[in-house]
Write a protein that binds this ligand. Structure first.
Ligand SMILES: [Zn+2]
Length: 201
């Protein structure tokens, strides 16, 4: 193991531990193909799940924006040393992320949670019988997340699921989700066209 690799490994281990200690791993990290929102701001009033469904579907655009931003940062050598090994797997691995983004779409559930491979309820999951679909629960998001935060939380959650579909592990998916939460606060986001839902079911 080279010094650089070893250092990156230490950084990864440290950050993973930090999340575990802060209790965030419970909220964000669930093994078994699922994912949950991380540090949501609890809603003061809940959004109607059907409205949340439209918002979540439209938020897939933000997931694409995050990945494009991340890919550019990776290409320009601007990624942090912490996230770099994960970007390397995502953007220069054997599978093409853009193809996956084009072909695999969220199946947004209006009622009930999604379920992971262990049949545990989660906010989103790649476990399911629909081909080229992963589950996102608009119902869960509407109950856990402040309305104005649903788009960014949903987009980050979907980035988590795409990362798992790309073959990366749970810790890496949580790192991507956290990076997306962070980046999507900074980058310029176009307003969501919530009625332009398309038919992603
Ligand atoms: Zn996961």
């Amino acid at each position: 193991m080279s010094v650089v690799k070893f250092f990156a490994f230490i950084l990864l281990s440290l950050s993973a531990n930090t999340w575990a200690w802060s209790g965030m791993i419970r909220e964000g990290g669930v093994s078994g193909g699922g994912g949950n929102v991380i540090n949501p701001q609890m809603p003061t009033s809940t959004v109607d799940p059907e409205e949340a469904e439209h918002i979540v579907k439209a938020s897939a655009v933000y997931t694409q924006i995050f990945f494009a931003h991340a890919k550019a940062q990776f290409a320009n050598g601007e990624a942090s040393s912490e996230i770099l090994p994960v970007y390397k797997k995502l953007f220069s691995g054997p599978r093409d992320l853009d193809t996956v983004l084009q072909n695999v779409r969220p199946h947004v559930r209006e009622s009930g949670p999604c379920y992971d491979y262990n049949m545990q309820p989660v906010d989103a999951s790649v476990a399911g019988s629909l081909p080229n679909r992963f589950c996102v629960s608009a119902f869960a998001l509407s109950r856990k997340v402040q309305a104005d935060q649903i788009p960014v939380q949903a987009a980050a959650l979907m980035a988590h699921e795409y990362t798992e579909i790309m073959g990366l592990d749970e810790d890496e998916a949580v790192m991507i989700q956290k990076q997306a939460l962070q980046d999507l606060q900074i980058v310029n986001l176009p307003p969501l066209s919530v009625h332009d839902c398309g038919d992603s079911n």
